[in-house]
Design a protein around this ligand. Structure first.
Ligand code: FAD
Length: 376
């Protein structure tokens, strides 16, 4: 496949797309607004058919070696006292005896980056300012002033996608808010937590804490209802103040975590939502990952959806390179039922842990055998 493709966003979806496009012979460019590779975040899950995709990338053994290796979890009350303990499951990964892989998001991204050739071009600290779909190609101007021409543009720039804002419907018509904030931050491993997860869920505030793969850091996720008025998406200091005030009643070690949050450089804040769009493509522009169909971290399936969607999109492009509209329609036709099953999981998590049978159905909810068998 001999074409030039621009991907906006170097998250899981963008990197997986770059891997498959590179492998298919495309000249691939990634533009990422962060100044460098983004670290931080908690663990994400690779489940069901996404494991087949990672296997087809020849990365399954490496991904397994990077698993979080948690051995169980404790639930704590607001004073930090243990109220429940189990070695059968964790809050974040579900049952520990399953084949699924729980892996830190940055470890997975590093793995994907290492698997592609050095032909893939990375442009950091930049973003797309304007997009002109000319019918036979896409002219793009970057915020830095750079002008470039591509055959196709893929928006893989997350839930509040820049490409989606510029080329598709008004954001307010496709974002379905879930009413919850999720703040993620890293601290030094202040409590020497090893292979274990701590969780809390009481009175509208919840957290989950676990050590990074090398045990040197804690990765902490805090969730609570979106306040009114909401905090601006770009105002990190106000977001940190809000997290501190929402957690002020938490005792035990928690005040130390909040102090460490105030000086961390790895802080991520998101108002959770799902993305539901009538179509993921327009002309020569197409969306992937959270930009197209975010299911939210509550589903536990955003990363599997991104990995599978990237594979399906590139394989359909390989089949229909001269007719992108056909490739995009086939991609969407295959993916939509799988996305629907996974978005529906979120309603089930409002009461407590995800039911195992619903997750089993959703994680296997797409048949990739014909596409996988075409790989050489
Ligand atoms: C720092 C971070 C931490 C996360 N931690 C967790 C977690 O702990 N648990 C969980 O379930 N999910 C987490 N997520 C979300 C999870 O990674 C995604 O739901 C899932 O992997 C799908 O990935 P995606 O590539 O579609 O989106 P994302 O992972 O959100 O990646 C989108 C990428 O696009 C980039 N981007 C955004 N706007 C622009 C722009 N204008 N121009 C260029 N690039 C842009 C972003 O910097 C990011 O690198 C996190 C996301 C991020 C960015």
């Amino acid at each position: 496949m001999n074409g030039k493709v621009l991907i906006s966003g170097a998250g899981v979806a963008g990197l997986a797309l770059a891997y498959w496009l590179d492998r298919a012979g495309c000249t691939t460019t990634l533009v990422e607004r962060s100044p460098e590779f983004r670290r931080g975040g908690q663990a994400v899950d690779i489940r069901g058919v996404a494991l087949d995709v990672v296997n087809a990338m020849k990365l399954l053994d490496d991904a397994r070696a990077l698993r979080t290796q948690l051995k169980g979890m404790s639930m704590l009350d607001a004073d930090g006292n243990e109220t429940q303990r189990t070695e059968e499951r964790t809050f974040s990964a579900g049952r520990l005896d399953s084949e699924d892989i729980e892996i830190f998001r940055d470890d997975l991204c590093e793995l994907l980056m290492g698997a592609m050739s050095d032909r893939v071009e990375f442009i950091y600290d930049d973003s797309i300012r304007s997009i002109d779909d000319q019918g036979d190609g896409v002219a793009v101007t970057f915020a830095s002033g750079l002008d470039r021409q591509f055959d196709l543009l893929i928006g893989a720039d997350g839930i509040y996608s820049n490409v989606r804002k510029q080329c598709f419907d008004d954001e307010s018509t496709v974002v379905a808010p879930l009413g919850v904030v999720l703040a993620l931050f890293s601290t030094p491993n202040l409590i020497d937590l090893i292979d274990w997860q701590l969780g809390h869920r009481e009175g509208g505030v919840g957290y989950v804490i676990y050590p990074s793969h090398d045990k040197r850091e804690l990765r902490i996720g805090v969730g609570f209802a979106i306040p009114a008025p909401a905090v601006a998406r770009s105002d990190t200091e106000a977001q940190m103040r809000l997290v501190a005030s929402q957690c002020a009643h938490l005792k035990g070690d928690f005040p130390r975590f909040i102090d460490a949050m105030k000086v961390t450089d790895q802080f991520y804040y998101n108002e959770l939502a799902q993305i539901r769009m009538p179509s993921w493509s327009k002309g020569r522009v197409v969306l992937a990952g959270d930009a197209a169909h975010c299911a939210s971290p509550f589903s536990g399936q955003g990363t599997s959806l991104a990995l599978v969607g990237a594979f399906v999109l590139v394989r359909e492009l390989v089949r229909h390179w001269d007719h992108p509209a056909q490739a995009f329609a086939a991609y969407e036709h295959r993916m939509q039922p799988y996305v629907d099953l996974n978005q529906a999981l979120v309603d089930l998590t409002r009461e407590g842990p995800m039911p195992d049978d619903a997750m089993t159905e959703a994680k296997n909810g797409i048949d990739l055998r014909d596409l996988l068998s075409e790989l050489v």
